[in-house]
Write a protein that binds this ligand. Structure first.
Ligand code: SF4
Length: 261
């Protein structure tokens, strides 16, 4: 893995249209690309760019920002390099100082490092993503992310600090995640999570090749099913688990969506 410090022209991006999943109005990514290596993700690359002038840009660009800022919709703000350089920590300190609400999306337990900051601020939310509870499959799919049970523990710890936190089933992998939906929602509820979000696996460009390579190696009997599901689009066609998730949410008394739908 290579890391390069690069000056960027800007860091705060306005979201055009409605952000159905995370309710954001703006995006801040401390890094470009990600070192966690998830095979289904187009941010997983061999080189990560660290925004060397991030704090100058934030100082300059934050004043006009009014609305929820999402950190992590493209690249994980708590990816491995963050442990060493703490750029996300500096950014959220600044957001808190300026009174800007933010929503962190991550797979990493490193977010717990910053719970002193996050728990002191009403405007912070944290969403932890998982796709499966199967540690073996997760290791193939998300080699550098913490095991899923550890991620659920993170939500529990955040909730114990009174932090608004939930779980995103992202990506929701057809024929894999659906076998575990009930169990995922059950442990999500047990963790004290405030909500659950989900979004289907998208297979674009090189992610598609990497994912099919994974299937051929580890789940060869599923290759045909996926070829059919993803024949016409990068999203699964004719696949819908909304009602199933809705029913499980009612059963476990969980809110579906970051905000009430
Ligand atoms: S942690 Fe998130 S951003 Fe990073 S490679 Fe995995 S899915 Fe992509």
């Amino acid at each position: 893995m290579k890391y390069r410090w690069v000056r960027f022209k800007s860091i705060v991006e306005r979201i055009v249209g409605e952000d159905r999943l995370f309710s954001g109005k703006f995006i801040i990514d401390p890094y470009q690309k990600c070192d966690m290596g998830c095979i289904y993700c187009d941010a997983a690359e061999d080189t990560v760019f660290i925004k060397s002038n991030a704090m100058d840009l934030i100082e300059r660009e934050l004043d006009g920002v009014d609305g929820l800022i999402v950190l992590g919709s493209a690249c994980d703000p708590y990816q491995r390099i963050e442990k060493k350089i703490g750029l996300t920590r500096k950014i959220i300190s600044k957001l808190i100082e300026k009174g800007k609400p933010f929503h962190l999306l991550t797979k990493s337990d490193l977010v717990l490092r910053d719970k002193d900051l996050i728990s002191s601020y009403d405007g912070a939310s944290v969403t932890i993503s998982i796709s499966t509870l199967d540690e073996k499959i997760s290791k193939f799919l998300e080699p550098f992310a913490p095991p899923p049970p550890k991620r659920v523990e993170v939500v529990k710890k955040l909730r114990l600090e009174g932090i608004n936190a939930g779980i995103a089933i992202m990506p929701f992998i057809p024929n894999l995640t659906d076998k575990e939906v009930e169990e995922i929602l059950k442990i999500t509820a047990a963790s004290g999570a405030n909500y659950i979000i989900y979004e289907y696996l998208e297979l674009k460009g090189t992610c598609r090749d990497r994912f099919f390579e994974f299937l051929r190696k580890h789940l060869p009997t599923c290759v045909d099913k996926y070829e059919k599901l993803y024949m016409e689009s990068y999203k699964p066609v004719g696949y819908d688990v909304k009602e199933r998730i809705k029913r499980a949410c009612v059963k476990y008394n969980l809110r579906m969506g970051f905000k009430d739908e």
